[in-house]
Design a binder for this molecule. Sequence first.
Ligand SMILES: Nc1nc2c(ncn2[C@@H]2O[C@H](COP(=O)(O)OP(=O)(O)OP(=O)(O)O)[C@@H](O)[C@H]2O)c(=O)[nH]1
Ligand SMILES: [Mg+2]
Length: 300
Amino acid sequence: MGNDEVVVKKIVLLGDSAVGKTSLIRRFVHDQFDDAYISTIGAKVSKRVVATRYKDVDYEVKLMVWDIIGSKGFQSTQAKHIAGADGAILLVDLTDPKTRAGLEDYWIPLLREVTGGIIPSLTFVGNKMDLLAGEEEAQATVEFFRQMEAKYCDDFDGKLETDQKAWILTSAKTGENVERSFETLAINMLAANSFLDPMNRQIGVAKAKSIYESDGRKTTRSVMDLVIMELPHLVKSTSKSTDILQNCISRLGFSKDLPKPRNVLDFVNCVLSSASEAGANPEEVQKYRDNWMKHLSKFK
Ligand SMILES: Nc1nc2c(ncn2[C@@H]2O[C@H](COP(=O)(O)OP(=O)(O)OP(=O)(O)O)[C@@H](O)[C@H]2O)c(=O)[nH]1
Ligand SMILES: [Mg+2]
């Protein structure tokens, strides 16, 4: 390993809620699987090194793997964490055709908006293979992935090596192809290295900021999105903020439907009292409360 080329890459996992993003990462990073479904709130980063060979050179690819909330309507949070990604894994649930539409209608447009189309590599993953009787049952998804590859891989500057595929079928439950899905993306990113540019990161950050600023907070969900975005500033720590959000959500529950104003109010109260306990400045707490309540009051 001593003479390996070391590269660091940021990757994001995107796809509808419950397709298995957190499960895939948990399997890849900790080799664990849990049947419980706890919706990710905000984002969480994990790290793992992949050793691989590309064009006769040994590489140590340090992957910073970003797990991002899959519920639609949290664009500000999603955009913020997509910014600066070198590659993306786009997931569907093989047993749920709606999740294919999710990629085309929501995730790819969002990825494109944030990155301006300049992202080196995409890998499409069909997850929950263990729930199918065989690969034949995955035909519709495979066909969909072929279309996506033809349509988007070039579009995103993600030129593939001739023998590289842009898609793979996995099971986070059994572990089948989980390693290979990340390795596929790692190799695609190495192949696309010449396209990387620090300027692109800056562009991503600026685009994400403009999505956040232009959000008219049109739904109760986008008020929650605002809280998730701003909490790290209030408690002056990303990890504290993540703990508070996860605690409040496991205490209050997280509905797949649009939250009622009452639910958002409970969420705001929980978050702010936790922030106070964590030592946030009382005047700042009041300032954030006033702003969040101003947005929430539109829905009463
Ligand atoms: N059978 C089976 N179940 C899976 C697999 N991957 C995930 N699951 C289950 O699917 C549910 C959702 O998985 P998560 O990993 O939490 O989904 P997610 O994409 O992170 O969802 P959000 O955080 O809401 O965006 C959980 O109950 C998992 O146990 C798989 O490969 N096979
Ligand atoms: Mg998750």
